[in-house]
Write a protein that binds this ligand. Structure first.
Ligand code: CO
Length: 267
């Protein structure tokens, strides 16, 4: 099967700058303004703080050197420009070396609300702010290092862990339930739904075992979220017997999917 990708990443110049068109900067502007309003009281403090630290603003798509100077100083991370789709192996190798892969294209205006391929708004706005937090950044690095040593069967389970944390994670705070997952934080509708809707289940993340047993679909609002108590919970799962935990999940089996499985790819 051929995967058709309608977007192509833009090639940065020798100094790492990408020449975005006024239209592309305008799409960023509209997404940024809209999402900035929605993440108030829904995005975690670390996320909101990260947006400020990175000096992200509405007027232009952030440039890699601007982001990298700050990230390097805060946690030693960098954003690495990549083509739209890269092999898993390269993806994890980059993360293990504290390089966050980002394709440097932005969605078209007719896909403002949802697109399947992760664009620069998803990567920069959704993910990079959290990488200014040291424990969270260390978790991400450690996750990638473990994944590089995993068998294919174990990697499928590690993919679930990524999904329910880095992409769709929630956190309990003194101020209430907050979002730290970049998949949620780059979507207007899901940011509201994840915190306020009575529809999804919000299960405690605990030691991560239940998340490992939970199948997911990528093309719907999530019916299940896992809630951590603090970022150290994530880091600790990586330091303990992660593969033992995965094998326990394999022995116990998957939970029943909470979504329609007809004609949908389930992970
Ligand atoms: Co993502």
């Amino acid at each position: 099967m051929t995967i058709l990708c309608k977007y192509t990443a833009k090639i940065p110049d020798a100094n790492g700058f990408v020449n975005y068109t006024p239209d592309e900067n305008q799409v960023w502007h509209d997404l940024f303004v809209r999402q900035q309003a929605v993440v108030v009281n829904r995005g975690s403090d670390e996320f909101i703080h990260g947006i400020q630290l990175l000096n992200m603003a509405a007027d232009h798509i952030p440039q890699l050197p601007e982001m990298n100077d700050i990230l390097k100083h805060k946690t030693g991370w960098q954003v690495e420009p990549v083509p739209a789709l890269i092999p898993n192996e390269l993806f994890f190798e980059l993360l293990a070396n504290k390089k966050f892969p980002a394709a440097t294209f932005i969605r078209h205006r007719d896909e403002l609300d949802y697109l399947q391929e992760p664009d620069i708004f998803h990567e920069f706005f959704g993910h990079c702010p959290m990488l200014t937090d040291q424990i969270y950044a260390d978790f991400t690095e450690s996750y990638a290092k473990k994944t590089l040593t995993a068998s294919d069967a174990d990697r499928a389970y590690l993919g679930r862990l990524y999904w329910f944390t880095i992409e769709f994670g929630l956190i309990n705070t003194l101020k209430g339930l907050r979002i730290y997952g970049g998949g949620i934080l780059s979507s207007k509708a899901e940011t509201i739904y994840a915190v306020e809707s009575p529809l999804p289940q919000r299960r405690p993340f605990g030691n991560g075992l239940d998340a490992l047993r939970t199948p997911y679909r990528i093309d719907i609002m999530q019916p299940i979220y896992y809630v951590i108590e603090n970022y150290r919970d994530l880091y600790d799962v990586m330091q303990k017997d992660l593969f033992g935990l995965i094998h326990q999940a394999q022995d116990l089996g998957d939970f029943e999917p909470q979504f329609d499985t007809e004609g949908a790819k389930t992970y």
